[in-house]
Design a protein around this ligand. Structure first.
Ligand code: PEP
Length: 252
């Protein structure tokens, strides 16, 4: 039985004051309910502040990115161990905004996945096709490539610290074009099939696959009740406590 998983990705939003208030409201709103695994991923500058507020709560801290080196001359970058120092348990890697706006390749994402797993971080690897790729019937091929190359460095011993977020690029930050529950279910089934070919059927059955792309409280229950849709990676709706808490409740 896979535990439901809800992750808030704040992207490059909030201020210190907003981050503190939002964290407090979410932690208080969840109380001691442990049915859903919940993670907050604030921007780097607020990780320490959010981590401090999350102490004693059942919400885990995650980062939105890392650089795949222990240390060195990488101006502006943040290493996996720095994230551990700040109390992070999770890291989002391969987000489409990094793939498409910042030009991250599958090979680079593979390096990041290896580096994160090597220090004990849990990885949320994002995969997803663009609108053009979907229209050209390339969805499965794109997901297969992103999984095959992005997970090239994953070994059997680290599989339990890995989850996948299916995030169709055309659905992110695009309320009028979010994926239907059926589209999400179909893509998740394809990801699980591919994962089974890569790592074996027991690992595929244990794999948590979340959907991301304009998830809102109104459609969360329909999405999260689909077979194989194990969680939600939430951007916009995680920037306010009430909608985020409603999505967590829908997952319960
Ligand atoms: C995301 O940040 O990964 C995301 C899915 O954003 P949104 O929910 O705003 O589409």
């Amino acid at each position: 039985m896979r535990q439901k998983f809800v992750v808030g990705n704040w992207k490059m939003h909030t201020t210190a004051a907003v981050a503190g208030r939002l964290t407090q409201a979410i932690a208080d709103g969840l109380g001691s309910d442990t049915r859903v695994r919940v993670v907050l991923c604030p921007p780097f500058p607020y990780l320490a502040l959010v981590g401090e507020r999350l102490k004693g709560s059942r919400v885990a801290l995650g980062a939105q990115n890392l650089y795949p080196a222990a240390d060195g001359p990488f101006t502006g970058e943040v290493s996996p161990t720095m994230l551990l120092d700040l109390g992070c348990q999770y890291v989002i890697l391969g987000h489409s905004e990094r793939r498409h706006t910042l030009g991250e390749t599958d090979a680079f994402i593979d390096q990041k996945v290896r580096a994160a797993l090597a220090v004990g971080l849990d990885v949320i690897l994002c995969v997803g096709e663009t609108r053009d790729q979907r229209n050209a019937n390339q969805t499965e091929a794109v997901l297969d490539r992103q999984l095959g190359q992005g997970l090239a460095g994953v070994t059997a011993g680290t599989l339990a610290r890995l989850s996948i977020a299916y995030e169709p690029v055309w659905a992110i930050g695009n309320l009028s074009h979010h994926a239907t529950p059926q589209q999400a279910q179909d893509a998740h089934a394809g990801i699980r099939r591919r994962f089974g070919l890569l790592f074996g059927e027991p690992a595929a059955q244990a794999l948590v696959i979340s959907y991301g792309g304009s998830v809102e409280p109104e459609d969360a229950a329909a999405l999260l009740s689909r077979p194989g849709v194990d969680g939600a990676l939430v951007g916009g709706a995680s920037l306010h406590a009430d909608p985020f808490l409603a999505i967590v409740r829908a997952a319960s």
